[in-house]
Write a protein of this length. Structure first.
Length: 272
C-alpha cells in the first residue's frame, strides 16, 4: 500500500496480546504460573475467545488461573492502512489465501509468549485427525499455540517454515479454525488435573479405555413407561461393574467395529 497518507501505526507488526478473563493478580505468582496450561491462539476473530470455554468448568478454571489463554489478532499484523491479511491464490482460482508474511509475524508474536516446548498447530482439514490420544498428549504438555485459518487457508510456505503440525477436527470443512480450536482446547483441558469436578469421570468415559461408554440413567425410576435396568438399582457394585463393561463392549461392537477390533487385539496382548 504505497499511497498511504497516515503515518504507519506504531503497533504495526508488534506483538499484540489480549489476556482473557483472569485478572492479573490471579496470573502472577510462581505457583500459579507453574500450574497453568498456556494456550496461544492466532485468529482473525479474537472476540470469539474464550467463547464457550469461558463458561462452566473451563471458565471457572480460567478464572482460577489453572489455564491461560492469549489471543493474537492476525489483523494487527496486516499490511498497510487496511491491514490486509490475505491475497488471491497464486495460479488463480476461487477464494483468498492468508499471506505468509502476515501469518509469520503473528506466529513469531505468539511463540514469544508461548510456554517453552508448546507445539505449533495449524487447524486444517488436511491434518491428522484429532483424537483422545492427541488430547491426552497435549494435556500432558505445557500448552499449545493454535493457528486458526480462514478463507482458503494458509500460504504453504509458512506451514513449512515453522514446521506447524496440521490437525483436523474431522473429515468435513469449516469456514474457519476457531471452532476447531475451541473443541481441541476443551478436549485437552478437561484431562488436566483440577478442571473436572470428578477426576474419575475422565477415566471411565468413552474413548479412554478403548470402548464407548455404557448407557447412563438417572431419576425418575420410570419415564414414559421405560424403567432403569434392575441391576443399576440393586446396590450390588460387582454386578453393576460387570453390566457396564458388558454394555460398553456391546455398544462398541455394534457402533464402532474399528474400535472393537483394536480393543480385542489389545486384550489378546496383555501388558501392551
Ligand atoms: N481450502 C481448504 C479449506 C479451508 S477452510 C482445504 O480445502 O483444505 C478455512 C479454514 O477453516 C482452514 O484454514 C482451517 O483453519 C479451518 N478448518 C476447516 N475445516 C477444518 C477441520 N476439519 N479441522 C480443523 N480446521 C478446519
Amino acid at each position: 500500500m504505497s499511497n498511504q497518507t497516515t503515518p504507519p501505526d506504531r503497533s504495526h507488526g508488534r506483538k499484540s496480546v489480549t489476556l482473557s478473563a483472569a485478572p492479573r493478580d490471579l496470573m502472577s505468582g510462581p505457583q500459579r504460573l507453574a500450574r497453568a496450561w498456556r494456550v496461544q491462539v492466532i485468529t482473525l476473530m479474537p472476540q470469539a475467545f474464550p467463547g464457550i470455554l469461558g463458561e462452566s468448568l473451563t471458565g471457572r478454571a480460567l478464572q482460577d488461573g489453572l489455564w491461560e489463554l492469549e489471543t493474537h489478532d492476525l489483523r494487527e499484523h496486516g499490511i498497510g492502512k487496511h491491514r490486509n491479511v490475505d491475497d488471491t491464490p497464486a495460479g488463480g482460482g476461487a477464494g483468498m489465501v492468508l499471506r505468509a508474511d502476515v501469518m509469520g509475524a503473528a506466529i513469531e508474536a505468539a511463540q514469544a509468549s508461548a510456554a517453552p516446548g508448546s507445539p505449533l498447530i495449524y487447524l486444517s482439514p488436511r491434518g491428522r485427525r484429532f483424537d483422545q490420544q492427541m488430547a491426552r498428549d497435549l494435556a500432558a504438555g505445557p500448552g499449545m499455540t493454535l493457528i486458526c485459518g480462514r478463507f482458503e487457508g494458509l500460504d504453504e510456505r509458512v506451514i513449512a517454515h515453522y514446521g506447524a503440525i496440521e490437525v483436523s477436527l474431522g473429515d468435513f470443512v469449516l469456514t474457519g479454525g476457531d471452532i476447531a480450536a475451541q473443541a481441541m482446547i476443551d478436549a485437552a483441558l478437561r484431562l488436566r488435573p483440577g478442571i473436572l469436578g470428578n477426576e474419575a469421570s475422565a477415566v471411565e468415559e468413552s474413548h479412554s479405555s478403548g470402548l464407548l461408554e455404557h448407557p447412563q440413567y438417572t431419576r425418575p425410576a420410570e419415564w414414559q413407561g421405560r424403567v432403569i435396568p434392575d441391576v443399576l438399582t440393586s446396590g450390588n457394585h460387582g454386578a453393576i461393574a460387570k453390566w457396564r463393561q458388558a454394555e460398553a463392549e456391546r455398544i462398541t461392537q455394534e457402533r464402532r467395529p474399528d474400535m472393537w477390533q483394536r480393543y480385542e487385539a489389545a486384550r489378546k496382548r496383555p501388558g501392551e
